[in-house]
Design a protein around this ligand. Structure first.
Ligand SMILES: N[C@@H](CCC(=O)N[C@@H](CS)C(=O)NCC(=O)O)C(=O)O
Length: 220
């Protein structure tokens, strides 16, 4: 099984299923494709039916879309516990994951994942305030219920979906509740996340569209 991913510093969608594979000890290879430079779109289109990464390739099957990849892994490895075992908890975890997949567009647009960077104060908080409020509420409710350190106690597919948000909170020092801040630390403490981060910090590619100074300059 192979996961085709983008740049580890910037590709937030790639991080999510990679974390599931790595954390749950599922054997996989990874292949990285660049998200910039000449011909990059054509290269991705040859490997991914949606023309986007991540895409999971398992034999003849190519599965794009983060949520679908996580569900495919859950189907293939039901004993791993990618989703909580309790039906109600599982529904809540899938709802949170789906909300992340479909929403939080302000955070995605105005505070892109950039693991190597530290840009406190560079995100206009008014633009992302609604998303941060929802994050505080959603994470707060789930963490109070589970007692942490992850949204459903043990790390699950829901945490994989929110890991890139945790990195944005740290990179841009976005104001969140103490509980959310502790959750950010828990994501950074996860050994699988540390492995991804170490690889990301070795990368040298710069994707201008994901650099906050470029984004802010375009807005003015
Ligand atoms: N909805 C997709 C989003 C994937 C996505 O936007 N991936 C970015 C890289 S992080 C990409 O492939 N961009 C290339 C493009 O948009 O052409 C998913 O859940 O996997």
């Amino acid at each position: 099984m192979k996961l085709i991913i983008g740049n580890k510093n910037y590709s937030s969608w790639s991080l999510r299923p990679w974390l599931v594979l790595a954390h749950f000890d599922i054997p996989f290879e990874e292949e990285q494709v660049l998200l910039s430079g000449e011909g990059w779109r054509e290269t991705i289109r040859k490997k991914s039916p949606s023309g986007k990464v991540p895409v999971l390739v398992d034999g003849d099957v190519a599965v794009p879309e983060t949520i679908a990849i996580i569900e495919y892994l859950h189907d293939k490895y039901p004993a791993k516990g990618i989703w909580p075992s309790n039906r109600v908890e599982r529904a809540k975890a899938r709802s949170a994951a789906a909300e992340m997949h479909a929403g939080f567009s302000a955070l995605r647009n105005y505070a892109p994942m950039n693991l190597r960077a530290s840009h406190p104060g560079k995100v206009d908080i008014d633009l992302v305030a609604g998303d941060l409020k929802r994050i505080d509420r959603l994470w707060g409710d789930l963490l109070s219920n589970s007692d942490g350190p992850y949204l459903f106690g043990k790390f699950s597919g829901a945490d994989a979906m929110f890991a890139p948000v945790a990195t944005r909170i740290r990179t841009y020092q976005l104001p969140v509740s103490d509980m959310a801040q502790d959750y950010v630390e828990a994501i950074y403490a996860l050994p699988a996340f540390q492995r991804w981060l170490a690889d990301a910090l070795k990368e040298t590619w710069v994707v201008e569209d994901d650099e906050i100074d470029v984004i802010n300059a375009r807005r003015t």
